[in-house]
Ligand binder design. Structure first.
Ligand SMILES: NC(=O)c1ccc[n+]([C@@H]2O[C@H](COP(=O)([O-])OP(=O)(O)OC[C@H]3O[C@@H](n4cnc5c(N)ncnc54)[C@H](OP(=O)(O)O)[C@@H]3O)[C@@H](O)[C@H]2O)c1
Length: 394
């Protein structure tokens, strides 16, 4: 299989396209055909070995003393399950998944990646392309964890420093979801995107000195780890909270990934993609990320044929027939929840819900019920009305 291999620590040119052996899944693993991955600030740090002086030795021992122990970087993926080990129960061949490999030895800059079924891997959002889904797991769950660490509450004022990056763009949308009043801080070029994601106020840090602001905030979230303490302590309200990426662990939670997926499927969270490169242009993609000013996410298309396909792209601005596929057979007791829809218990163990949805609100009600079932939503498709249906509306 094709993979991008780091031959040394250093500039983007240490990354080389090579042919290596395709992995085989163990009994508890799934083999994923990777359709898309990302280039994150974390990848840049690993490649260039940019670590604080105090961590130099422990980081070299962990990552490899003279050259990288794990030469295939990449922390996020979206792709399709190609095969499963004999003990796997959560996934089946053909499932479309997205995952973080932060605690699974990275390795997504490749055509295939094996992951234990208990890793941070889940069915991908049904309304996203592989490129979009690949850019979700790390940025979005990190933003969520930090907002929860700050104990974000409805009505609070939050300032997000570094609002235009991967973590920042998710933090804005999540803070709005939790009912906070959001102020986003970024450079001039990114003011529009930060506003469009729902920030109530934007501050251009190249033009305004934050320390001279009168306003006080209940939470200050520094997504870059660069906000001087002299400024953060000045703009915090009494008993307020400061959360920063500079003091951040790498604990991940599947519950958080599922929570994010649900917000994506109901349209509350969107992904911002700055640039998309083919696998072969990894060096270029790293050069761009190295500059430190990407907007949202930089995505790598690994498998060109598949990646731009959305598994479903419902047009919810007009009434139509929808098909929602969920994992597992719906129990008799829960069938009442979906009155008015045709319920098909399929031979492969999934349930198909089919029916007319009149508007976005009605679709959200159905999706909320699916969420309450606590089972994965596998796909959501808008079905073209047949001739009979069309004539009904004439
Ligand atoms: N430990 C973990 O699990 C974990 C997970 C995710 C991220 N992280 C870390 O969190 C940090 C943020 O990640 P990210 O993916 O959001 O990075 P990113 O996408 O590169 O975003 C960083 C943003 O910071 C802004 N910025 C750059 N220099 C700035 C400065 N001097 N002052 C103010 N803003 C500045 C840039 O916006 P402008 O262009 O508008 O200036 C950029 O959009 C990185 O250090 C990353 O390694 C850690």
């Amino acid at each position: 299989m094709k993979a991008i291999v780091a031959t040394d620590y250093g500039g983007p040119e240490v990354l080389q396209l090579k042919e290596i052996e395709k992995p085989t899944p163990k009994d508890n693993e799934i083999l994923i055909k990777v359709h898309a991955t990302t280039v994150t600030m974390g990848d840049f740090r690993m490649r260039s070995f940019t670590v604080p002086p105090l961590f130099w030795l422990p980081a070299r021992i962990t990552l490899g003393f003279t050259k990288p122990k794990q030469p295939i970087y990449g922390m996020e993926l979206a792709g399709e399950v190609e095969s499963v080990g004999k003990d796997v129960t959560r996934f089946k061949v053909g499932d479309q998944v997205f995952a973080s490999t932060l605690t699974e030895n990275f390795g997504t800059y490749a055509e295939y990646k094996c992951l234990p079924e208990q890793a941070m891997v889940a069915i991908k959002p049904s309304n996203m392309t592989y490129e979009e889904a690949a850019a979700v797991p790390i940025g979005a769950t990190t933003a969520l964890r930090l907002l929860r660490k700050g104990n974000i509450q409805h009505g609070q004022k939050i300032l997000i420093y570094g609002a235009s990056g991967s973590v920042g763009t998710y933090a804005i949308q999540l803070a709005r979801h939790f009912g906070a009043e959001v102020t986003g801080v970024c450079s001039t070029a990114h003011l529009d995107i930060v506003k469009s994601l729902g920030a109530d106020h934007v501050i251009d840090y190249t033009k305004e000195d934050l320390s001279s602001r009168e306003e006080r905030y209940d939470i200050v979230f520094d997504t870059v780890g660069k906000l001087p303490k002299s400024i953060s302590s000045k703009i915090l309200a009494p008993n307020a909270t400061f959360v920063t990426m500079a003091r951040m662990d790498s604990k991940e939670s599947m519950k958080n990934l599922i929570f994010i997926r649900e917000l994506i499927e109901t349209g509350e969270i969107k992904v911002v993609i700055d640039r998309c490169y083919p696998l072969e242009d990894m060096v270029e993609a790293h050069r761009y990320v190295d500059a430190g000013h990407k907007q949202g996410n930089v995505v790598i298309t690994v498998n060109k044929r598949m990646s731009s396909k959305r598994s479903s792209q419902p047009d919810i601005d007009r009434p139509g027939i929808y098909q929602i596929r969920i994992k597992g057979h719906l129990s008799r007791q829960r069938m009442d929840w979906f009155e008015g829809l045709i319920i098909t218990l399929e031979d492969n163990g999934d349930t198909l819900l089919t029916g007319t949805v009149i508007d976005q609100a009605a679709l959200h009600v159905i999706l909320k019920k699916v969420r309450d079932l606590g089972v994965p939503l596998l796909s959501l498709n808008s079905v073209e009305p047949g001739p009979q249906h069309t004539s009904d509306h004439k």
